[in-house]
Design a protein around this ligand. Sequence first.
Ligand SMILES: [Fe+2]
Length: 119
Amino acid sequence: MKVARDVVGVLGDAERPVVAAALLHDVGKLGCGLGTMGRVVATLAIAGTSRSTLEAWAGGRGFTGRVGRYFCHPESGALLLEAAGSDAFTVAWAREHQNPSGSWSVDARLAEVLAGADR
Ligand SMILES: [Fe+2]
């Protein structure tokens, strides 16, 4: 909610898909099966593990499976939002929000506001 409030605070009368992106960009984390402490450990594990290994883990079981699904949350969230009929902007931001600044396909000004509100 703070991210959405910050986005509306910066953009004023923000468009609905942008506010939805602020609220829903991490929806893919819901399916990873990790609580707060698990996410802390997963973040450390992700830092020391290759992308290909993490992606392979995502289809597996146990803690490494949960870490892999946590790592893949942008794509899984985007797929959920797509299936729900979300706006293309909302879907794109879910998919790209963890990518480096400047590599986003969405409007750069809106992306910077969203990324800034999420820090
Ligand atoms: Fe995220």
